[in-house]
Unconditional design. Structure first.
Length: 167
């Protein structure tokens, strides 16, 4: 059970603070909810029913700085290989984003980033769908990494690049 003031990562909403735990009536259903406030969008509110195991299973503790660095290091050692078939790549990307597994997201970002750079070097266009997946995966990861490492979110890409260069 979470407590008010806890910081968690929730699904695609990123790092959130538990602002309140309250009994609310949503539609015809009354129940207890975690009321979350996304750190990067304090004007938003996310409601998670405490009795819904499917939704509460998406609440994860925020990484520690050590875990964040280990995540970066592991992803570099186990890169995700480019998937040539557009449909297969889309399916793989959808599954990774849906599951929200940090390691897989990091590997996905690495794969898409490498591909974008290869195409840039060849003066070719990076597909919009791939660009959107890269943006989504980065948004999901970078907010948490910034929070864990206590750096601005704008510095995360530079931090990862510098760390990768030293491995």
């Amino acid at each position: 059970m979470l407590s008010v003031g806890d910081t968690v990562v929730y699904a695609t909403n990123g790092v959130c603070m538990v602002r309140e735990i309250a009994v609310l009536k949503m539609g015809k259903t009354k129940g207890e909810y975690y009321i979350l406030c996304p750190v990067d969008d304090p004007g938003s509110t996310v409601y998670v029913p405490t009795a819904n195991e499917k939704l509460t299973s998406k609440l994860k503790p925020v990484l520690t700085p050590e875990q964040a660095n280990a995540l970066i290091d592991e992803a570099v050692k186990e890169p995700l290989e480019w998937i040539d078939n557009d449909n297969n790549r889309k399916t793989a990307c959808d599954e990774i984003v849906k599951n929200g597994d940090r390691k897989q997201l990091m590997r996905l970002v690495g794969m898409l980033y490498r591909r974008r750079e290869e195409l840039k070097d060849q003066k070719k266009h990076f597909h919009n769908v791939d660009a959107q997946y890269l943006k989504t995966a980065e948004r999901m990861l970078h907010g948490e990494l910034a929070y864990a490492l206590r750096i601005p979110v704008e510095e995360v890409t530079r931090y990862i690049s510098a760390r990768v260069a030293h491995t």
